[in-house]
Design a protein around this ligand. Structure first.
Ligand SMILES: Cc1cc2nc3c(=O)[nH]c(=O)nc-3n(C[C@H](O)[C@H](O)[C@H](O)COP(=O)(O)O)c2cc1C
Length: 363
């Protein structure tokens, strides 16, 4: 550890940032242009969580970021999944959602969507067209020809793994950096090979195993909230960290106030893995909606269909400040989060890391 010359690592060199601190992309309201630019201007890597954005909204967000910072930033998208579900199963779930729709003042029936998720190729076209410097992705590996187009333009690629095998596939796909997402992590499990339930490896176990098996720099994610977590991740061989929950509660984050409150009020045992809200396992704080949809498990539709069906309820709940019908995604250490601005978090982490490394060097 004494060899570390904080804050310089392979991640800072590769991404052109000051601190090896990445604000996790958080699709939805949290990782908005305000948060991304606050992090970028403070020397970290801000990541726009763009998985749910239409191509027009994505373009507007990228331009909003560019208007507020000259620093590098990342855009994150979801590798596409195209599950099918039979109309009867969809109708059954829609019927089950009626009481929750009524509770937030929505008409009983879910409007039939034109599609369950944004078109990935259209989103990619915007990212390429806007000259975004860093592209990160999750839930799989985009087709090789798409990745080639990023490579040709010199875009840095960041993939996400929850197992050694996934990290090896990402390395084979020639990504530049790999996020190792431990099971403490808030939000959706990034698992794309095998069931997510078999890929719940804690950050402290996962990071060194991935570091040993790939030559690509590794970024640790999951449960990292302050300088202690950052030093631990670096000691495990990571070249940087990605922090989600720690940024979610910050002043610039667009996450619903009710979600920020739930995280800040929670404790070490507040979160669990939830599938009923989106159809994909995710870590969050359970509430009435997640508990009501948890069983029977067979009724839960695959992502993104389930996610699209519950969307209006979550949106209305956010506007009404109703915690019981939101997706309360949070990592396992949410209680360590704070409310000051993102730049203050980065400055605090920098001070904490320096103090920890100095004390380690003296002992
Ligand atoms: C609200 C929320 C939304 C998230 N959305 C995304 C996303 O869109 N893309 C992604 O790659 N990771 C997403 N993640 C996962 C983060 O990248 C990261 O793995 C996680 O936040 C790390 O754990 P922590 O929350 O304990 O810091 C999300 C996490 C949260 C809390």
């Amino acid at each position: 550890m004494s060899k570390l010359i904080w804050p310089r690592t392979l991640v800072t060199d590769r991404l052109g940032i000051t601190y090896p601190l990445i604000q996790a992309p958080m699709a939805g309201a949290a990782a908005n242009p305000e948060l991304v630019t606050a992090v970028a201007n403070a020397g970290g890597l801000g990541s726009l969580g763009a998985g749910y954005l239409s191509p027009d909204a994505l373009r507007a967000s990228i331009r909003a970021i560019r208007a507020q910072t000259k620093r590098p930033f990342a855009v994150n998208l979801f590798a596409p999944e195209s599950p099918t579900s039979d109309p009867a199963a969809i109708a059954r779930m829609a019927a089950r959602l009626r009481p929750y729709r009524a509770a937030v003042g929505l008409p009983p029936d879910v409007p039939a969507p034109q599609s369950y998720a944004e078109d990935f190729a259209d989103q990619i076209a915007v990212v390429l067209d806007e000259g975004v410097p860093i592209f990160s992705f999750v839930f799989g590996i985009p087709p090789r020809d798409m990745l080639e187009r990023f490579k040709e333009r010199g875009v840095t690629l960041i993939g996400t793994a929850t197992t050694v095998r996934e990290a090896q596939q990402l390395a084979d796909a020639d990504v530049d950096l790999i996020v190792a997402q431990g099971s403490e992590a808030g939000g959706h499990r990034a698992t794309f090979l095998g069931p997510a339930e078999s890929a719940l490896i804690g950050t402290i176990a996962l990071v060194p195993q991935i570091v040993d098996r790939v030559s690509v720099p590794v970024i640790a994610a999951g449960g990292i909230m302050d300088g202690r977590g950052v030093v631990a991740a670096l000691a495990l061989g990571a070249a940087g960290v990605q922090m989600g929950t720690a940024f979610l509660t910050r002043a610039e984050s667009g996450a619903p106030a009710a979600q920020k409150e739930a995280i800040l009020r929670g404790g070490d045992d507040s979160t669990t893995l939830i599938r009923g809200i989106s159809g994909k396992w995710a870590r969050g704080i359970p509430n009435q909606l997640s508990q009501a949809l948890a069983t029977p498990a067979d009724d839960i539709l695959p992502y993104p269909i389930q996610h699209a069906l519950t969307r209006e309820i979550r949106r209305a709940a956010s506007q009404q400040g109703r915690q019981e019908y939101l997706a309360l995604w949070s990592g396992q250490a949410g209680h360590l989060a704070g409310t000051a601005g993102a730049a203050q978090l980065i400055a605090e982490v920098d001070q904490q890391v320096r103090a920890l490394l100095a004390s380690a060097a003296m002992d």
